[in-house]
Write a protein that binds this ligand. Structure first.
Ligand code: FAD
Length: 455
């Protein structure tokens, strides 16, 4: 007979849901994980992993083409898009299988099906009502598709999922939206040979990023035309009509990527009917509690910090607080301002904490130091003397606490966790200067930036 009562039911098996289920399963809880589409969610199937796999292919292609400067003759380098697609599919399949195995090991019961939240402690899937002491909502997010005239049912328009599996690299790609997703795909296809135009409404791409660094990243990409401060008015096939102030402009593409953001998946599974409080997502406190008793929400569905690693942390916090009523006192609360971000374009960038632009907007006094990535011997050896790269640090002038660290250039995403630890531990710049960085590594740019601060 099917078990119908569980300690915890988790709705959605993306990074938030599958990690919460795993943690609680290992802690001895009886957990039911309900997933309607794919284990691993957006991240593993149509988000972080496939994009980074394609970008790895683009990076290898670029490096091979430029290898002669490093004494390697690689003439006649060509791209095999079909094999890159196969590699992407293999990576995704392998990781999804890994999630299934992990859940099994944690003793989690997985149900394939769409779950309907019927109220605290009650979820229905495949016609069976399951009950539980706790429910964790982890339904994620979906691409936002604004109703721009000519865009609906237009076969030339794809979203972030469609663009992953095109039959061929398009000759001309128009990207609507210069956020992370738009910029990563623009960089991918430009590197693979497409003529790419990005149309962005705000005056600079990547609006959450330090303005100055976003501008440097934009200038460092190749093969992309950026149209900033522009509003898309309509589409006609793959021709995009847009305005720049009073000026009316058009650009022709073969494929148009709609990348204007994502919205929390709060609809169609009973959230409103059950009385969950919703604004840009499901409202939660810093322990991931919703307004309903023993109902928790984590990840993109909260509308806050739409990033896989933020979903992981929210999963850990919700699990910790379910397991231990005193967890919050022990530090298991979400610290939203120390969630790092990364853009995996070529070149890449990453950051954590306060940006110089935000400090200026707040009228906040900060000490700022910037150093070029060429301060690192390894960076030069692997990327050349002219490759774009920089580290920037922001420090409180009174307490000397480090408030933000931002890095542009190769390995930025790999090293930002260290910067995150500096902010998380509330270290001062003097503390950071005492850290021993291995030499030669690109991470030494962070050390150099710390020493460049004039106290
Ligand atoms: C192209 C792209 C690239 C990205 N790159 C990065 C990156 O490099 N780094 C990064 O940190 N983030 C990245 N993200 C964002 C990242 O994918 C999300 O932040 C992350 O997946 C959120 O995890 P989640 O668990 O909240 O939700 P999701 O991963 O969206 O998972 C939610 C799951 O819930 C399921 N579900 C929804 N409703 C129901 C229901 N009623 N019943 C059963 N199941 C349901 C869905 O099918 C889905 O599998 C990217 C996103 C995209 C689209």
């Amino acid at each position: 007979m099917t078990e119908t009562h569980y300690d915890v039911i988790v709705l959605g098996a993306g990074p938030g849901g599958y990690l919460a289920a795993e943690r609680l399963g290992h802690a001895g809880k009886k957990v039911l994980l309900i997933e309607e589409q794919y284990l691993g969610g957006t991240c593993l199937n149509v988000g972080c992993i496939p994009t980074k796999t394609l970008l790895a292919g683009a990076k290898n292609y670029l490096h091979a083409k430029e290898a002669c400067q490093f004494g390697v003759d690689a003439t006649g380098v060509t791209l095999d898009w079909g094999r890159l697609q196969d590699w992407k599919n293999q990576v995704v399949k392998g990781l999804v299988a890994g999630v299934a195995a992990t859940e099994k090991k944690a003793g989690v019961t997985v149900v394939d099906g769409r779950g309907h939240f019927d109220g605290p402690g009650k979820v229905t899937a495949n016609g069976v009502q399951y009950t539980s002491d706790h429910v964790i909502i982890a339904t994620g997010s979906v691409p936002a598709m604004p109703p721009i005239p000519g865009s609906v049912d237009n076969p030339a328009v794809v979203d972030s999922t469609g663009i992953l599996s095109l039959d061929e690299v398009p000759k001309r790609l128009v990207v609507i939206g210069g956020g992370v997703i738009g910029v990563e795909f623009a960089s991918l296809y430009a590197t693979l040979g497409s003529e790419v135009t990005v149309i962005e409404m705000t005056p600079e791409i990547l609006p959450f990023m330090d303005d100055d660094m976003a501008a440097k990243l934009r200038k460092a990409t190749t093969g992309i035309t950026f149209e900033l401060g522009c509003k898309v008015e309509s589409l006609d096939g793959a021709t995009v009509h847009y305005s720049k102030g009073e000026e009316k402009l058009s650009v022709e593409g073969d494929v148009v990527l709609m990348a204007v953001g994502r919205r929390s998946a709060t609809q169609g599974w009973g959230a409103e009917e059950a009385g969950l409080e919703i604004n840009r997502g499901i409202v939660v406190d810093d322990c991931m509690r919703t307004n309903l008793p023993n109902v928790w929400a984590i990840g993109d569905v909260t509308g806050r910090s739409l990033l896989a690693h933020a979903a992981y942390r929210m999963a850990e916090i919700a699990s910790a607080n379910i397991l231990d009523p005193d967890a919050a006192k022990k530090g298991e609360v979400m610290r939203w301002n120390t969630v790092p971000w990364a853009v995996y374009s070529l070149p890449e960038a990453a950051g954590v904490g306060l940006t110089e632009s935000a400090a200026k907007a707040q009228g906040r006094d900060v000490l700022v130091a910037k150093v070029p990535a060429q301060m690192s011997g390894r960076f030069i050896a692997e990327n050349g003397f002219k490759a774009p790269g920089e580290a920037k640090i922001l420090v409180d002038p009174k307490t000397h606490q480090v408030l933000g660290i931002h890095v542009l250039g190769a390995y930025a995403a790999e090293m930002i966790w260290g910067a995150q630890a500096v902010l998380e531990m509330e270290l001062t710049v003097e503390d950071l200067r005492q850290v021993v960085f291995p030499h030669p590594t690109v991470s030494e740019v962070i050390r150099e930036a710390a020493w460049a601060v004039k106290l």
